[in-house]
Design a protein around this ligand. Structure first.
Ligand code: S3P
Length: 171
């Protein structure tokens, strides 16, 4: 079984994915970490030195590499992965089960303000501009996110509760 977790930046995909994989005795891969390891460069440096178009190209290649493998695993995508290179169509042609971890703008903004520097897309924005940016971006990206097999609202839920709810969806 392959389980793919998707959602906006700072929605908790990696934390939830790690915990879910542990409960299911599956390997866990975070796509951003995988890219950093393969490219021997941080995501921020890839954006800075090679640009977003290059990043989206390799993100697509590594996504395919992981999903075409025989390994059973939990995979957390980057926030933009579903929205480029027809990645959602590709994911839906594999036998992976995809879950959109849906969060409100308010929660995302609170979290992003705390960890802005790690996110190249928001790092240079003024704090007052972040809400406006996230609202518009989430609206655009929602079209792709909603193509997941399941949409799970996760605001105000503990990690344990979210993991349990995902396990119920998988049955
Ligand atoms: C991105 C999200 C990031 C990372 C890159 C681009 C995006 O992943 O892939 O900075 O376009 O939303 P996280 O969602 O893990 O922050």
């Amino acid at each position: 079984m392959k389980i793919v977790l998707l959602g906006y930046m700072a929605s908790g995909k990696s934390t939830i994915g790690k915990q879910l994989a542990k409960k299911l005795y599956l390997n866990f891969i975070d796509l951003d970490d995988y890219i950093e390891e393969k490219e021997k460069m941080s995501i921020s440096t890839i954006f800075k030195e090679k640009g977003e178009i290059y990043f989206r190209r390799i993100e697509h290649i590594y996504l395919k590499e992981i999903l075409n493998s025989d390994e059973k695993l939990v995979l957390s995508l980057g926030g933009g992965t579903p929205c480029y290179a027809n990645n959602m169509d590709f994911i839906n042609t594999t036998n992976a089960i995809s879950v959109y971890l849906k969060t409100t703008i308010k929660t995302l903004v609170e979290r992003l303000l705390k960890e802005k520097s790690k996110r190249p897309l928001v790092a240079s924005l003024d704090n007052e501009k972040i809400t406006e940016f996230v609202a518009k971006h989430l609206f655009e990206r929602g079209y792709f996110y909603e193509q997941a097999n399941f949409t799970l609202p996760i605001d105000n839920k503990t990690i344990n509760k979210i993991v349990t709810e995902i396990r119920i969806l998988l049955h």
